[in-house]
Design a protein around this ligand. Structure first.
Ligand code: RUQ
Ligand code: CUA
Length: 673
């Protein structure tokens, strides 16, 4: 169990060889395996898919929605990145969603999805998504497919190990990838004082059962390791959480070697029910921190960002029996819990076998004190005492495991580019199937829940090479769909994805399809600049700020002639979409806007800021093809020199003579058509 230089060396060389040349590890050729039974993924035109598949977007910072089994792309949901397509992060209302303690951060790296659960099953309310880079968790409403809330996480750096959900959505949980000096410490320390000064943290974020609103209930300070993918216990192990961690060496340089030195890292098992008791008993200490909490309100159609300044944090030294470390070979990347909650599968990406731990044995090991010393003050369980067994020679580079609910597990093998099916009871390998190429995550609809729908499995691959028509230096990312209803896994579809897909979760369409919001009721619109009807449209000046209360309805904008804007003015277009029909958004764009368009849903108000930088006539128009007269849905704005005496004037459907400030005291009016 001790450091074995030769073994480490061999594994590293193998890893490097495969990484440098995927060729050596990739299975045959694309053609030889293109045996998919396409009829199984065929969804006839006009027919619906069986599942919504909610897929991470990686470095595009967004979340995408596909149909399964067709692989059709339905929607890209703006989450952590500005989206010029909808105006998310560009409109005045949505800018606060991207506020953080570092200011406005319009991008992130989005890797994992967790769908809300009740009693261990998907309940179709929310999807949670992580922002890796500037640690954040977002909540997406599954009735609108829009981002409702973003919570920044303090004491974290690289929020990769998240979000993971407990079986009744009590908590969405996040662990830090990078350990760092905690936020209330002086972080200006030499990097080589890692071992003394760097700590990890785990955040338990409560979810309001009614509104879904997130709140950091408590954090746990941990040794300065790196955390990776993790899962909540379920069923019999409900109340526990299992985190994979690597870099138990606490290396701060050349991690590819130095964080792989030891034969074993750990799975950290946390008894979170016990942690709750310690918090109740006052064991958690207050800590001054700074983090943003951003919430979108569907009545004001406006987000607010609040900077919060305190959390409570538990120190394991004050909390006996709250957590244990289970040794795990080598650099575990993912820990997954089977549908019964009994088996905890840990995949060491450099390990030659997959250890499977037993929750029952873990409990017995704790009761019998079958311990193997301590790591940073945390009791280490004897490896064999918690072990159910090892899957022997499963393949190279095991990463993630999902389950079919029929006693089988499926593990992705990055290096050997395959999925391996094995049986939980006796750990026998049953089948293996190639992926094209270099699979990262895999997902069975319902796979992380207590009731997987063991019919399909989707592989998310890091490379596609020869699978699609080439598109210059960068090739598409891709997913592959497998039929797992029989004994053998069968490839039935390749489909390209947007961004780089990491984890995804699929949910039966029947759970959310009928709950989709169609419109926002105009009478419930309490936006500060709403126009409740065309007659309410107006333009007002306040210093160099001009506010335009504008309405949109098929097929005109009101007002559509605006004069009296001067160079240097900041013009705010507050556009209310008066439609009350499903699927009739209107858009708004104006020449020279240095942000984006805005897309306004029926009954909603959104605002675009535009600065007049030169004199002239500036057309504006609706960007969403909304009717046969969409192309007519447009208007003109006149900009005059800074000192000009052209009076503020607006109209729709009238042609009044040009006016100056000398002749007109008040602004113009709107003619009814
Ligand atoms: S990680 S490929 Cu970003 Cu989810 Cu395992
Ligand atoms: Cu409204 Cu096009």
């Amino acid at each position: 169990m001790k450091f074995n230089y030769f073994k480490t060396y061999v594994v590293l060389i193998m890893t490097l060889a495969c990484l440098v040349s995927m060729q050596s590890c990739k299975p045959k050729t694309a053609q030889s395996a293109a045996s998919g039974d396409a009829s199984k993924s065929f969804v006839a035109p006009g027919k619906y898919d069986e599942f919504y598949n909610i897929v991470s977007g990686g470095f595009n910072g967004q979340v995408a929605v596909y149909g399964i089994p067709s692989g059709r792309l339905f929607r890209i949901i703006p989450v952590f990145s500005q989206s010029p397509e909808s105006g998310y992060g560009f409109s005045e209302e949505t800018k606060p969603m991207l506020n953080t303690s570092h200011g406005f951060v319009p991008w992130d790296d989005q890797h994992h999805i967790a769908l809300s659960q009740t009693k261990g099953e998907h309940d179709g309310r929310w999807a949670f998504a992580n922002g890796n880079n500037t640690p954040r968790i977002a909540r997406i409403d599954l009735t609108t497919f829009r981002t409702s809330e973003i919570l920044e996480i303090p004491n974290s750096a690289g929020n990769h190990a998240s979000p993971f959900i407990t079986e009744n959505s009590e908590y969405v949980v996040a662990a830090t990838r990078f350990s760092i000096p905690l936020d209330d410490q002086n972080g200006d320390v030499p990097i080589n004082t890692y071992k003394q000064n760097f700590k990890g943290s785990i955040s338990f974020i409560s979810i309001d059962p009614a509104s879904g609103e997130m709140n950091i209930a408590f954090q746990i300070r941990t040794p300065g390791v790196n955390f990776d993918l993790s899962r909540a216990g379920k069923g019999k192990s409900h109340g526990w959480f299992f985190f994979s961690c690597y870099n138990s060496e606490k290396a701060n340089t050349l991690l590819e070697q130095n964080a792989s030195a030891k034969d074993k890292d750990f799975v950290l098992a946390v008894n979170w029910k016990k942690a709750e008791e310690y918090v109740k008993a006052g064991k958690a200490k207050k800590q001054a921190v700074k983090y943003a909490h951003n919430v979108y309100n569907e009545n004001t159609h406006t987000a607010t960002s609040t900077i919060k300044t305190e959390i409570v944090i538990l120190d394991p030294a004050d909390c006996p029996d709250m957590m244990y470390m289970i040794p795990c070979p080598k650099s575990p990347h993912g820990t997954d819990v089977d549908p019964t909650g009994e088996y905890i599968v840990a995949s060491g990406k450099l390990a030659a076998s997959i250890p499977v731990f037993s929750f029952t044995k873990l409990q017995k090991a704790i009761a019998d004190k079958a311990f193997d010393g301590e790591y940073d003050g945390i009791t280490v369980i004897k490896y064999e005492a918690a072990l159910h067994g090892e899957v022997v020679k499963p393949g190279l580079g095991p990463l993630h495991t999902e389950f079919d609910g029929k006693g089988n597990a499926y593990t992705s093998m990055f290096l050997s580019s395959e999925i391996v099916k094995w049986r939980l009871s006796d750990l026998q390998v049953l089948d293996r199937v190639p992926t094209y190429y270099a699979i990262g995550h895999l997902s069975v609809p319902g796979g992380p829940t207590a009731k997987p729908h063991g019919k399909y499995m989707i592989a998310y691959n890091k490379m596609t090479k020869d699978r699609y028509l080439p598109t210059g230096p960068e090739l598409t990312q891709s997913a592959q769909l497998y039929d797992i209803s029989g004994e053998k896994m069968k490839l039935i579809l390749d489909f390209p994805t947007t961004g780089e897909p990491h984890y995804a979760e699929a949910i039966p369409a029947a759970l959310i399809q009928s709950k989709q919001r169609k419109i926002y009721k105009i009478e419930e619109n309490t936006h500060a600049y709403v126009s409740m009807g065309e007659g309410k449209a107006k333009v007002e000046r306040n210093g160099n700020q001009v506010h335009v209360w504008m309405t949109a309805i098929r097929s005109h904008l009101t007002p559509d002639n605006i004069e009296g804007i001067k160079v240097g003015d900041e013009v705010y277009f507050h556009v209310t979409n008066l439609e009350q029909d499903w699927d009739v958004p209107h858009g708004f764009a104006i020449k020279g806007a240095n942000n984006a368009e805005i897309l306004i849903m029926p009954g909603e108000t959104q605002s675009l800021k535009w600065v007049a930088d030169r004199t002239g006539i500036f057309p504006f128009y609706c960007t969403d093809f909304c009717s046969a007269l969409h192309q007519e849905m447009s208007g003109y704005l006149r900009v005059s020199p800074a000192g000009s005496n052209v009076a503020l004037h607006f109209s729709t459907g009238t042609n009044k003579p040009a006016v100056t400030a000398d002749t007109v005291k008040t602004s113009g009016g709107i003619s009814k058509n």
